[in-house]
Design a protein around this ligand. Sequence first.
Ligand code: UD1
Ligand code: MG
Length: 450
Amino acid sequence: MGNKAQKNNTVGAVILAAGMGTRMRSSRHKVLHEIGGLSMLGHVLSSLDTLSVAKRVVVVGAERGQVESAVDNVSFAVQDKQLGTGHAVQCARQALDGFDGDVLILYGDVPMVSAATMQKLIATRQENNHALVVLGFKADDPASYGRLVLGQDDNLEAIVEFKDASPSQKEINLCNSGIMVVGGEHLFPLLDKVSNNNAAGEYYLTDLVALARAEDNSVGVVTVAEDEVRGVNSRAELAEVEEIFQNNMRRNAMENGVTLLDPKSVYFSHDTKISPDVTVGQNVVFGKNVQVEVGAVIHAFSHIEGAKIGAGSKIGPYARLRPGANVGSNVKIGNFVEVKKSDIEDGAKISHLSYIGDASVGAGANIGAGTITCNYDGFSKYKTYIGSGAFIGSNTSLVAPVKIGDEATVGAGSTITGDVEAGALGVERSKQKNLKGWSTNFRDKQKGKK
Ligand code: UD1
Ligand code: MG
């Protein structure tokens, strides 16, 4: 068995995703619905990314085109008719041709299974030389899950499907998550013995357990909390899994040194990266692709997406950072400020009521309240450059393309259409006139009318 060590190190995965999921009432395939901004199938694949998996096969059927165009670096196996989970894995036979390592069997609609759990399944199988290891859980309500029938030494003897279970077997609350790992040399020989002679008339993957035992091979169980193996069949279950996911993200953030003032009101994306000693206020939403550096503060009711926030910067309350907002360190982005596709360099301040888009704002610049970059003419977008240390007076419109030089000043209320050179004052408004006594006369006249 010279190649045994090598064999044991190779892992493949088969992900079942042939069912459309009609209970979602969606034109979108079930496994493409998102948790934390990533499709359920994406979650399964990203957990696999952290193991070194040699081969990943997704079993597709209904609306397979949608699934095939949504994911990369996998092979697809087609199951035209859904004849059962055992049949679905059979369909992957060709895609796994020549592969003899351990095969993880996963469901595309069970997205929260961690890489650590997958690893534990594989290790348990290899260390005990089990033919297969099943991932089980103690169910609060075992409902119609398959029941795990244990024998002596906690060896798994069989999985009995609910429809086929006796009244006493229905009392068992240790349930089958559906997920398992099977030793490569056992998988297809056992599958070939599966029949559809059961209450559902389906080829049950779960029959592998009793079939392996009948050949005197051992079968193991690894158990996890029910939340980790929750499946999604409806919008309500999607929302439940989203909540589990968000709670995991919140707990991880706090464990990594992030203060969440009201954890349950903060929403993360699967890829949110937050450094230690960041404080996040109440009701903050992180969309995809956000990175926040150490010591930054995100005040309440801010919505942040596709943005980088540098160390020590203060954002919000009520700020909106859109994709391409690249905020340096010690920057202040205040209330009702929207920033899109702009570099805001260190120490700049945009404190109130502004729109900054397609711009670059130099270090230490001060952008007055109500400043708007007019970046769009209805056809194209144009850039605004604001130099370092520049001062833009309140209620200024900067009509792009336009450049404000370093340490220039723009007078409040200006509509700036031409460049302002470094160190200069740019002001564009009509001269103020005061009419002495006008207001008093006006008021007296109006009062007389009554
Ligand atoms: C299955 C298990 C059951 C377990 C439960 C956990 C079997 C026989 N039963 O039951 O023990 O407690 O999952 O949720 O395995 N699929 C296909 N092709 C098919 C059938 C299913 O791709 O022909 C996919 C589905 O899209 C789904 C998954 O496999 O993602 C599970 O199928 P489902 O019909 O929900 O299995 P259950 O009857 O719930
Ligand atoms: Mg099911």
